[in-house]
Every structure is written in structure tokens, then in C-alpha cells.
Write a protein that binds this ligand. Structure first.
Ligand code: AMP
Length: 402
């Protein structure tokens, strides 16, 4: 058995899962939050045979930086008897948000790979710098353990130019690679392949639309196993409205608000990223559960926040239906897609015109991987829990073995 550490480093957080391979079983998982502060929180759980989690430690402590977080984590893996020795960890796989046009698949980390990720920091200023800090922190403490990078953008690199180009001056693409990249690729890749397995067909014979609906949310059109279109853009701000992000808007809004509110483009984009979506419309929260609770109280803006998003999701599905020449399967995944029955029901109702029919009982009681469309539905609709860490562990194993 090999043990692979799957890592997702954010600007002040670091999530990890230790995975036994090739069994694909979780051994332990945890998170550091508020790294860089005096009251950082570190939590680590053991994953039991039945999948339940047993909390081994939850501590608030001062943690200066990611390097210190990684040292604490590796020490505790031994102290808490999760591994006997650190050399049991055969590889570390890192999730990277932006791989630009450089990476259409995962890569073993070397200096050249790190330089390329660094050069993409402009395109993903909220994410790539944090990932680099995470990679370097692990390399410092485990210098002999290979690291692999798995990109959110890689799965979308199969899009054709008609799907990924913006109708902007071509020189902006030539000089700065301004185009659509798409994100959540690891999740779209995983759930589309699982959908084909559940549907007992080869993914190469299917047209699938995957809906990754979490705090960040995107759609992907997968034809014959390859991404042909996706909703997010140059950055994860594009596409459908999300928890705090606007999704696509008329770009003229930026100059208009800049004049009215005396804000810079950077300040406005920050509001499009962090103060829009559910939060912007409702004025209450970025959490879909709060929107659903608000609707029960009769809050019209909570209702509008969700309706706006569901309409845009249905619009995208309609456009993918035309672009792919039909849809065989739709998949709901991520926090909202996996948990909100109301969200799934409301979106499926909007898709009735395509012959989508819900199996209400299956939708209400879905647990794990579930078919939630009726037998006579034109399109099969599944809920499939996403599993990005397993994809990271798989790619890490493959690249290390090679
Ligand atoms: P993620 O980014 O994938 O972790 O998803 C976070 C989103 O999932 C948040 O908007 C949560 O409100 C939402 N979510 C989690 N559980 C539920 C639930 N039971 N019902 C509705 N939304 C949920």
C-alpha cells in the first residue's frame, strides 16, 4: 500500500487528505485555517473503515506560515500514530487552480513547472501564489518525496477555439493569453466518468453536462469523454452567479460603477468576486442554506438570488444541448448539487422542455450516487458526490510510478 497526501492550499488555509493507494481509501484528513494568525485552527481526523471520521485533534494555536503548518502536520501524523515514519508518504499531490495553456494534464514538480505556475499568478492572484507556498512548504520538510501538481484547468484544455476565445482584439490573446480556461476540471472529469460507469456506457459514447454547484460553481459540457465547453472563464469569476461571485455580466458595468461610486476597476472586481452572487442579491449571506431559510420566511431577495442562479444554469444547459447536439446525462455535484433537493428540483423543472422528468422520491431521499430522473426522462439525471482528492491521488501515483 502506498500513502499519498492530497493537498489543497489556499491563501490562509491548507486542507489535506492522506489516501491509501491503489485501494483509494482515506486514512486521515484535516484542515488548517487562519494560517498567519495567533488563533489559527488545526483539525485532524482519522477516517474509519466505515467512512466515519474520528476527530483526533482540534487546536487553536499561533501559526506563522504554511511551512510551519506543514511541519506541525507531519509531526502530528507520526505523534498520532497515523504513520510510523514520514517516508511512508510516497508522494504529495497538490491542487492548482490555474495551469493556463501550459498544462493539459498533471505534472511532476520540478523548477520549470514551478516557474510556469508562478508566471500564471497574474491570472489567479487569489490561488496560485498560495499553492506555490504550499508546494514549497512540503518540499522543504519532505525533500526526497516527489510532488505532483493537478490543475483545475487541465480537463478544459480540449475545448476548441470557438468555445474558448472571447470576441476581443486578437492581440490580447497573442500577448496575454486572454481566453476562457474554465475551472473545477478535476471534479467535472471525475463525475462525468462516474456517470458513464453508473449509466453502463462508455464515456466516449455520451454527451454529459456536469453541474459543480458549491460556493464556487461551474458547468461543463463533456462530449465523448472530453470537455467541449465550460462556464467559467479567464478566471473563476465568469459563468453562473455563485455564493459571492457575479458570474457573467455586461462588462460596461465596471466603468459605470467606477464613475458613480468612485471605485477603481480592481475594487469593483473585488466586489464582483466577494460581494456579489447570493450575498450581493440577498444582502444576507453567501450560503445556499441561508437562502432557502430566507425563502421560507418570505424573503423575496433570497428567492431572487436562487432564481437568478437557476435560470442561468438552465440557460447554459440549453446552449450545451444545442452545441453538443443533445444531452444524455446531467450530473449534480459539490456542496449544493449533492445536498440541496430544492435546487435540483427547481433546475429540473426548468428543463422540462428538454424532456427532463424528475423522480421526486429519489430526489428527496438521494444519498451518495443516485439516479434522480424518472424512467421515461429524455435525459438521465444523477447526483454524484465529487472526489477531487481521489483524482489527485491517482495522478500522483501514476506520475510517480512513471
Ligand atoms: P462547497 O463549496 O462544495 O463546499 O459547497 C458549499 C455550499 O454547499 C454552500 O452554499 C452550502 O450552503 C451548500 N450546502 C451544503 N449542504 C447543504 C444542504 N444540506 N442544503 C443546501 N445547501 C447545502
Amino acid at each position: 500500500m502506498k500513502k499519498i497526501m492530497a493537498v489543497n492550499a489556499g491563501s490562509s488555509s491548507l486542507k489535506f487528505k492522506l489516501v491509501a493507494m491503489p485501494e483509494e481509501k482515506y486514512i486521515a484528513e484535516g484542515i488548517f485555517e487562519r494560517i498567519g494568525s495567533k488563533d489559527a485552527v488545526f483539525k485532524i481526523c482519522l477516517v474509519l473503515e466505515n467512512g466515519e471520521k474520528k476527530e483526533l485533534k482540534k487546536e487553536t494555536m499561533a501559526i506563522k506560515n504554511h511551512a510551519q503548518a506543514v511541519s506541525i502536520l507531519l509531526e502530528d501524523l507520526v505523534n498520532l500514530n497515523i504513520v510510523k515514519e514520514l517516508n511512508e508518504i510516497t508522494g504529495v499531490g497538490h491542487r492548482i487552480v490555474h495551469g493556463g495553456e501550459y498544462f493539459d494534464k498533471s505534472a511532476l514538480v520540478d523548477e520549470e513547472v514551478l516557474e510556469k505556475i508562478e508566471s500564471l499568478c497574474d491570472l489567479a492572484p487569489l490561488h496560485n501564489p498560495a499553492h506555490l507556498i504550499g508546494i514549497r512548504a512540503f518540499m522543504a520538510v519532505l525533500p526526497d518525496t516527489p510532488s505532483v501538481v493537478v490543475f483545475d484547468t487541465a480537463f478544459h484544455q480540449t475545448m476548441e477555439s470557438v468555445a474558448y476565445m472571447y470576441a476581443l482584439p486578437y492581440a490580447w490573446y497573442e500577448k496575454y493569453r486572454v481566453r476562457k480556461y474554465g475551472f473545477h476540471g478535476t471534479s467535472h472529469d471525475y463525475v462525468s466518468k462516474r456517470a458513464a460507469v453508473l449509466h453502463k456506457k462508455d464515456v466516449k459514447d455520451l454527451k454529459i453536462v456536469t453541474l459543480h454547484l458549491g460556493n464556487g460553481a461551474s458547468l461543463c459540457a463533456v462530449k465523448n469523454g472530453k470537455c467541449v465547453d465550460t462556464s467559467m472563464g479567464l478566471t473563476p469569476l465568469g459563468g453562473i452567479p455563485m455564493g459571492t461571485r457575479s458570474g457573467d455580466i455586461d462588462p460596461a458595468v465596471v466603468e459605470f460603477i467606477s464613475t458613480k461610486e468612485k471605485l477603481t476597476a480592481k475594487e469593483i472586481v473585488n466586489i464582483l468576486n466577494k460581494g456579489s452572487g447570493y450575498l450581493g442579491i440577498s444582502g444576507i449571506s453567501n450560503d445556499s442554506r441561508d437562502m432557502e431559510a430566507g425563502i421560507k420566511r418570505g424573503d423575496a431577495r433570497c428567492r431572487l438570488a436562487l432564481d437568478l442562479q437557476y435560470k442561468r444554469i438552465a440557460d447554459f444547459i440549453g446552449s450545451y444541448y444545442v452545441y453538443m447536439g443533445g444531452i444524455d446525462i446531467i450530473v449534480f455535484t459539490a456542496g449544493i448539487g449533492e445536498n440541496s433537493k430544492r435546487c435540483r428540483r427547481k433546475i429540473m423543472e426548468r428543463l422540462a422542455v428538454l424532456g427532463v422528468k424528475i423522480n421526486t422520491e429519489a430526489n428527496e431521499n438521494s444519498e451518495g450516487e443516485t439516479l434522480i430522473s424518472a424512467n421515461d426522462s429524455n435525459i438521465a439525471v444523477y447526483v454524484i458526490p465529487t472526489n477531487e482528492e481521489i483524482m489527485i491521488a491517482r495522478d500522483t501515483m501514476t506520475l510517480i510510478n512513471n
